[in-house]
Design a protein around this ligand. Structure first.
Ligand code: 5HY
Length: 245
């Protein structure tokens, strides 16, 4: 099967990290293609950045009708509902995927993300997905997204310190890494802290494989129905959906 993993931000080096994490867990026979749009924010940190990442992300998806499933590799699950409306195949957000996996191994989990500005959007998703009684807290380690790629930033140590606080203060039994850029840190942090540390990229790839294997596709019976064809004016003219799927 072919899974396209879309990093909605425009930082190719982060896309490479995401792709490596996806391929590390992909089953034999699963082809992983990791892509990012050419236009949009270099990182997504809060509501404003997110909006400008969505058109480019959807364009990357529209250009790949051959994909058996898509993973949206931003922990905010950027544009997830629009993406599920656009394509008939499964679309898995790494945030939602990680929360589901955490709920299968712990009675209570905490999320450790990057900056405080990102926290409200993630808290909204926790409740939107029905994990309000399972997620103890969404924490920020105050590391900007792209500093995750800077070995001199001390990012890993700051994430580890926040995990220690989640264990002590939240009684977290598992940790969800709240950024796609943390994908390569899960195993080491889990070993260091002695509890499950879940990376959403890996979780989303395995869930997507399972959905394809089950023949599950997004329901078009309601909210994820294909958009009705209509003109889009101005700079979004090429984003108009012209045919029903
Ligand atoms: C992400 N931003 O996973 C989110 C995390 C965040 O560019 N990729 C990003 O900080 O909201």
């Amino acid at each position: 099967m072919h899974i396209t993993v879309v990093n909605p931000n425009t930082t190719a080096s982060m896309t490479a990290t995401i792709g490596a994490a996806a391929r590390a867990v992909a089953a034999p026979g699963t082809v992983i293609e990791a892509v990012n749009p050419a236009s949009g924010p270099v990182s997504i940190e809060g509501f404003y950045d997110e909006v400008f990442a969505i058109p480019g992300m959807l364009a990357e998806m529209r250009a790949r009708p051959h994909a058996d499933a898509f993973v949206i590799a931003c922990f905010d699950d950027t544009g997830l509902d629009a993406a599920r409306s656009l394509v008939p195949v499964p679309v898995v957000g790494i945030g939602e995927a990680a929360m589901h996996m955490a709920s299968l191994v712990a009675t209570k989990f905490s999320v450790v993300t990057t900056l405080a500005v990102s926290v409200p959007a993630l808290e909204h998703n926790v409740h939107k997905y029905g994990f309000g009684h399972r997620c103890a807290r969404v924490r920020a380690c105050e590391v900007p997204v792209l500093e995750l790629e800077n070995p001199a930033s001390g990012a890993t140590a700051r994430i580890s310190d926040e995990i220690a606080r989640a264990k002590a203060e939240d009684r977290a039994e598992a940790i969800v890494l709240g950024c796609a850029g943390m994908a390569d840190l899960a195993a080491a942090l889990s070993a260091e802290h002695g509890l499950p540390v879940i990376d959403g990229v890996a979780a989303a790839v395995k869930l997507a494989e399972a959905m394809v294997g089950l023949g599950l596709r997004t329901s078009k019976a309601g909210g994820y129905a294909s958009p009705r064809p209509k003109p889009f004016a101005g700079i979004f003219a090429h984003d108009a959906v012209t045919v029903m799927r």
